[in-house]
Write a protein that binds this ligand. Structure first.
Ligand SMILES: CCCCCCCC(=O)CC(=O)SCCNC(=O)CCNC(=O)[C@H](O)C(C)(C)COP(=O)(O)OP(=O)(O)OC[C@H]1O[C@@H](n2cnc3c(N)ncnc32)[C@H](O)[C@@H]1OP(=O)(O)O
Ligand SMILES: NC(=O)C1=CN([C@@H]2O[C@H](COP(=O)(O)OP(=O)(O)OC[C@H]3O[C@@H](n4cnc5c(N)ncnc54)[C@H](O)[C@@H]3O)[C@@H](O)[C@H]2O)C=CC1
Length: 719
């Protein structure tokens, strides 16, 4: 899996061969060991170039091997043999040099990169650290602060930045291998004493302790409980304070802890899950590899409120011509200003010119007549949307796709308002739509293969992680959110405070607890939905019936807050208080605490002590249980789809893999047992009744997550 040829008379050209990214599998490592040995012992070879096949240098260690019994040569001695060799070794970097790939290049004496190449040590994003001496060589090459930044964030740098940092010696716009071969010819025979990075002293910045303390504080704050960033800081500290060999030993120890951790497994699962959702299929037989999307050069967005503005920006930044329609004059004015601000800031961040000319505004729906695809983001009101779909069906050109950004409404019903229901799909973005990476593409009963494929392709072009899901109330993400929020309300009734619940969830790793999140998105949103569902009954002051609706336990707490005008951040009061309407810093609100006490007293509820464990079990297991129902109903194709939705759309901590992966880590039998326990204690809460798929999985011996689909398939074939 690595080949040696001789070019230009005296240059040994080693080519890594493991498509698509030349990952360092056991066979590739063996190939490198063999070809390096051959090149070093061949008198004809005076210098060596290492490159990767098909325009990619190397995507790093083969992540698929991590879960298996690893065989073959180890990376560290392999890279040391390259560095210690007495012939100049030049890495010719095209495409990517990531992780072990960059560590291999750092073992070479010189690095030549193509201008479009990307380099980085992304191990931290997989729950690891650069343990093939990357954490020890990089600080020696580029200094401690720059190495800390790269290693703790895992960010990829461009060739230009790599040159500026001193990671590469030359950048070319021409053929990288030709350039590297010329480079190798030039340096043949020169002394390599000053080129072996492991022999460099590590530059010791002044205020070393303060620098590392600061770095540690920063990563602890942003890591939300992830252990790899902390280990990365410790490894770089070893580089700065210990001789190379001892630093390497420290790197090995830290890696050993990380390598077998649940977090590393979770993060590596996320890496593959993110790619797996791209290979979507629907029950109607549509598939990612057989369905042909149609091109979408021009799109329209209807309704320029919170969501429409972000969607218009995201489409324009993707290069589409956008027609933006809004009927309220005041909203239109505000939207134009907000959109141009977003475009300017985005352009500044990306170092390109703003694309304001891509968007044309109109107050008239007829302006969408010639677009290829429409995304409506008008009020979440079925009557308003029904009317709009009837209009669109009459106005749009034949074949135009009609998409809805509804958070929960029935896509099939909207499709039934049109002449061509096969052209209707859901494109459910997340706020703010130009930033959030998730897109749920909702296929209806009659959505055509082409319509689903086109929405998925457009999402990908927009840089979104697109997940195809079936049509049901709330689709995947919001459907699972309901029991989660419901449990949080019940916990307040039983004695918890918003602070306690949020602290438990934030310590678990969520970026925001459920109450802070509700305050941010607005309590009135859920209130309106509950009103629409006939659940809100103002005036029911006390007694057990006040907390029962439609035969189930119901908590009117959220409704009571809304009746007081407490809509969250926007009104300066919600589950917390804010310094002013629109303020962002949540502070405990004594009013809320006495309101809760009064509420409990009125309803005869006795507050009890609730600990973090109960908060996590009640909120998370109820959410996970709904995830099993979603799998059972065939709304999500597999657990990976659900996990990707939660990691990218709902702030689920990536190092815990997503809710379904987490259930597997906790143990399905334990999740089942706890749900049974809580359901017994709260028989009037149907969401706590364990799903039959969960029971089935436990009965089948709790198979690993990649085997769940087999159990689900069997279940569906029996139906
Ligand atoms: C005690 C033990 C000691 C062990 C010491 C190990 C020390 C180490 O140093 C550890 C490491 O290297 S960890 C690996 C670090 N590398 C990375 O994180 C890069 C991951 N890959 C990428 O970012 C993109 O694929 C990339 C930018 C490269 C390409 O992006 P594209 O968008 O072009 O393509 P993708 O769709 O992402 O990928 C194409 C197919 O390749 C698979 N793949 C990518 N990188 C892989 C990798 N490193 N290992 C295994 N498979 C990998 C990817 O899954 C996809 O496969 P399919 O979905 O089946 O097509
Ligand atoms: N706000 C959020 O976080 C999310 C909302 N959604 C969904 O996106 C949709 C829009 O939500 P928001 O942007 O929050 O609402 P919003 O209330 O901020 O904006 C709706 C806009 O649509 C305009 N509008 C109403 N009827 C119209 C019509 N017939 N033609 C043109 N414009 C019309 C209104 O004037 C308003 O500017 C809803 O379906 C909502 O459920 C989806 C994901 C997240």
């Amino acid at each position: 899996m690595a080949q040696l040829s001789i070019v230009s008379g005296s240059v040994g050209l080693i080519t890594l061969q493991n498509p698509p990214v030349n990952a360092l599998s056991a066979a590739v490592r063996q190939g490198i060991v063999d070809t390096v040995e051959k090149a070093l012992s061949d008198p004809k070879v005076k210098s060596v170039v290492i490159r990767g096949q098909n325009g990619v240098f190397c995507g790093g260690a083969d992540i698929k091997e991590f879960g298996t019994k690893m065989t073959g040569p180890h990376l560290i001695p392999m890279i040391h043999a390259i560095e210690a060799g007495n012939k100049p070794m030049v890495a010719a970097i095209e495409g990517s040099a990531l992780g072990g790939g960059l560590e291999l290049a750092l073992g070479c004496h010189y690095r030549v990169a193509h201008s479009k190449a990307r380099l980085g040590l992304p191990e931290v994003t997989l729950g690891l650290l650069p343990a093939a001496a990357g954490s020890q060589r990089l600080p020696r090459l580029i200094g401690v602060p720059a190495a800390l930044n790269l290693i703790t964030t895992g960010r990829h740098v461009t060739a230009a930045e790599a040159l500026q940092l001193g990671i590469v010696d030359q950048v070319t716009d021409h053929d990288t291998v030709d350039t590297a071969v010329k480079f190798a010819l030039n340096v043949a025979g020169q002394s390599l004493d000053a080129r072996r990075i492991s022999t460099f002293p590590c530059p010791r910045p002044a205020e070393l302790d303060a620098l590392f303390e600061d770095a540690m504080q920063k990563v602890r704050k942003s890591a939300r409980g992830a252990i790899a960033p902390v280990a990365c800081v410790q490894a770089v500290r070893a580089a700065a304070t210990l001789p190379y060999a001892e630093g390497l030993e420290r790197e090995r120890e830290l890696m050993a802890t990380l390598f077998n951790s649940g977090q590393a497994r979770a993060l590596q699962y996320c890496f593959f899950a993110q790619r797996a959702v791209g290979r979507w299929s629907t029950p109607s037989g549509a598939r990612w590899d057989t369905s042909k999307p149609v091109p979408v050069p021009k799109a329209a967005v209807i309704g320029l409120g919170t969501m429409g503005r972000g969607i218009a920006v995201a489409l324009a930044q993707t290069g589409l011509s956008v027609v933006a329609v809004e009927t309220q004059e005041k909203q239109m004015m505000e939207a134009k200003q907000a959109v141009s601000g977003m475009l300017e800031r985005g352009a500044k961040r990306r170092g390109v010119a703003p694309v304001s000319d891509k968007i044309s505004y109109s107050g008239n729906i007829r302006a969408v007549a010639d677009v290829d695809l429409v995304i409506e983001a008008v009020f979440e009101d079925m009557a308003v949307k029904e009317k709009l779909f009837q209009q669109l069906s009459a106005i749009c050109k034949p074949g135009a796709l009609l998409c809805t950004n509804t958070s929960a409404l029935d896509v099939d019903h909207l499709a039934s308002q049109t002449r061509n229901p096969e052209l209707v799909v859901g494109m459910h973005f997340f706020a703010p739509a130009h930033v959030m990476k998730l897109l749920e593409v909702v296929y209806g009963r009659r959505s055509s293969t082409q319509a689903v494929a086109t929405a998925m392709q457009l999402g990908k072009k927009m840089g979104k992680v697109s997940v195809a899901v079936g049509n049901c109330r709330g689709f995947v993400g919001n459907r699972m959110l309901k029991p989660y929020i419901e449990q949080a309300f019940y916990l307040l009734e039983e004695g918890a405070t918003p602070e306690l619940v949020d602290r438990a969830l934030e310590e678990f790793g969520f970026s925001m607890g459920v109450f802070r999140m509700s305050d941010l998105s607005g309590l009135d949103v859920g209130w309106r939905v509950r009103k629409g569902d006939g659940l809100v009954e103002p005036g029911l002051a006390s007694g057990p019936s006040a907390r029962v609706r439609q035969g189930r336990r119901y908590s009117p707490l959220g409704d009571l807050l809304c009746e007081q005008g407490r809509f969250g951040q926007k009104t300066g009061r919600g589950w917390y208080q804010y310094e002013k309407p629109g303020g962002r810093v949540a502070r405990s609100d004594p009013w809320l605490h006495s309101f809760l006490e009064g509420y409990r007293a009125r309803h005869g509820l006795v507050a009890r002590r609730i600990d973090h464990e109960e908060v996590l079990e009640r909120c998370l297991y109820a959410l996970i249980n709904e995830g099993f129902h979603i799998l059972e109903d065939g709304i999500a194709a597999g657990p990976e789809d659900i996990d990707v939705i939660y990691v990218f759309g709902y702030g689920w901590p990536r190092h815990r893999g997503g809710p379904m992966f987490y259930a597997g880590m906790v143990g399905l039998a334990k999740v089942l047992e706890r749900l049974e326990h809580y359901h017994q204690a709260h028989p009037d809460v149907p969401h706590l009744q364990p799903c039959s798929l969960l029971r089935r999985l436990v009965a089948s011996g709790s198979p690993p997550i990649h085997k769940w689909r087999e159990v689900i398939r069997k279940l569906h074939s029996h139906l």
